[in-house]
Design a protein around this ligand. Structure first.
Ligand SMILES: Cc1cc2nc3c(=O)[nH]c(=O)nc-3n(C[C@H](O)[C@H](O)[C@H](O)COP(=O)(O)OP(=O)(O)OC[C@H]3O[C@@H](n4cnc5c(N)ncnc54)[C@H](O)[C@@H]3O)c2cc1C
Length: 440
């Protein structure tokens, strides 16, 4: 069977970028917005994320006495990525981050707080925002989706994968999709691509990210990079395709430990008990490559009760504990036995670096490896989400936001700044949605 649907805006993907774009576009009551989602059961990466929103210059920061701004946020991201080519894009996204954090908190009523306990590499001041309970991205995405469901001018088509773009005379005029036994033919004035990246697609990962080996994939399986196949024939430029949001603190049960642990004194040792890096020298994405270079691509992280006291307040630590990935040894002797290391060598490896505190027993530890959460390469876009072709022209009728588009890590995964995944998604969803609402 076949169904024709005519709307003003078609959004492909109901994750962070798609929901935000739909929420903002549908603020204009004269517009009808359709959102097609591949799989509610599997869900989106935003739904399994930590839900940490990077934003500079918020009222939450001001209340905590933190001086920050969109400009400072921009400079921090560019210092990490070295990707000056995308300065305008980074500045545009950082420029709206405080606005949507305030909107989510004040207009949509989702509790928000600045994480003064969420230290990250390259973040010159605390600027990750999350709910006070540190519950992760699931409740946030549920809240946003519920708000969208209540809008009379929004049609949610679930379990309805988009199968392609409809193109007439070089202009995108909607999408094709499939829902149950129905072929969907959706006509739209503007189409928004928000189907995320390709970390769940082995072929594309081998094509673009072969240097990462065969890493654990810690994202949702729906991230199959469907847009790559749609955008290539349109001549859209793909940028920074080798960069990913990697993670060097993935437990052997597939959960993650709190990225703040290195700043709380945690130490990393390889399978021979050797301390192989300065733990604070890398963000968790950059750390992945360092762990990958270790024997058996493994390392053990050791921390103490003082660090645990702070680190435990995160959904990552709760999930790791539930998965049985976190262990405790009462003293150095039992830690050496549990890890299979020589006691004297272990004591040497755990000795504090200059300016750092010494760990004391009981010791907490977790065996770790590296993984990929999402890809960061994608379609070239301008500051309003228009897609750029290799020949320098734009694709009419089409916008992209989130992981479909080039991210903020630059050419290398080590350039990823914490909070940039949702910044790309919510930020460009906000810009694209506002643009559609204003001009239609
Ligand atoms: C474990 C984990 C933790 C993370 N933590 C953070 C964090 O704390 N802060 C941060 O900034 N970033 C974080 N990220 C990254 C962040 O989640 C992503 O960058 C962000 O979700 C990307 O947004 P998106 O809207 O592009 O994609 P998603 O949120 O993944 O949404 C894409 C949606 O498109 C759907 N879709 C895919 N293909 C199709 C199709 N053909 N048709 C229709 N629908 C389709 C998918 O099912 C999905 O629902 C994390 C990622 C992971 C995996």
């Amino acid at each position: 069977m076949h169904e024709d649907i005519e709307v003003d805006v078609a959004v492909a993907g109901a994750g962070a970028a798609g929901i935000m774009a739909a929420l903002r576009a549908s603020e204009n009551p004269d517009l009808v917005v359709a959102v097609l989602e591949k799989s509610l059961t599997e869900g989106c990466n935003a739904g399994i994320s930590s839900g940490s929103l990077a934003a500079g210059g918020t009222r939450f920061q001001a209340a905590a006495g933190i001086e920050d701004s969109a400009e400072r946020h921009t400079e921090d991201i560019l210092a990490n990525s070295g990707d000056e080519r995308h300065r305008d894009l980074v500045a545009a996204l950082c420029g709206v981050a405080a606005d949507y954090v305030h909107w989510i908190a004040d207009d949509l009523g989702y509790p928000m707080d600045v994480g003064t306990d969420m230290a990250r590499k390259g973040m010159s001041v605390p600027r990750l925002h999350a709910d006070p309970g540190r519950l992760g991205g699931a409740p946030l995405m549920t809240h946003l989706r519920r708000t969208l469901t209540d809008r009379a001018n929004v049609v949610l088509l679930d379990e309805a994968p988009v199968t392609g773009l409809r193109v007439e005379d070089g202009t995108v005029v909607g999408v094709t999709g499939r829902q149950g036994n129905h072929d969907l033919v959706v006509s739209a004035g503007t189409t928004v691509l928000a189907t995320d990246g390709f970390a769940g697609n082995r072929e594309l990962m081998r094509e673009f990210c072969a240097a990462l080996g065969e890493p654990f994939h810690g994202g949702v399986s729906t991230a199959t990079g469907d847009s790559v196949g749609w955008l290539r024939p349109l001549g859209v430029e793909l940028r920074n395709m080798g960069a990913c949001l990697r993670h060097g603190q993935v437990t052997l049960r597939g959960t993650r430990v709190n990225p703040a642990l290195p700043w709380l004194g945690a130490v990393l040792l390889n399978v021979h008990g050797e301390r192989f890096t300065d733990e604070q020298a890398h963000g968790y994405s950059g750390l992945a490559g360092v762990v990958q270079a270790q024997p058996r691509e493994r390392a053990v992280m050791v921390w103490d009760a003082e660090a645990q006291e702070t680190a435990q307040h995160s959904e990552m630590m709760r999930e790791s504990a539930d998965a049985g990935a976190l262990q405790v040894a009462s003293d150095l002797d039992s830690l050496a036995v549990a890890l299979g290391f020589d006691r004297v060598a272990l004591a040497t490896s755990l000795a504090p670096r200059a300016g750092r505190r010494a760990l004391t027993g009981p010791y907490h530890y977790a065996w770790l490896t590296h993984g990929v959460l999402t890809t960061q390469g994608g379609a070239a876009i301008d500051t309003s989400g228009r897609l750029l072709r290799v020949d320098g022209t734009y694709v009419p009728g089409l916008r992209a936001a989130g992981g479909v588009a080039v991210g903020l890590a630059g050419a290398d995964s080590a350039g990823y700044s914490s909070g940039s995944g949702l910044l790309s998604a919510f930020g460009m969803g906000w810009i694209v949605g506002n643009g559609i609402a204003a001009t239609s």
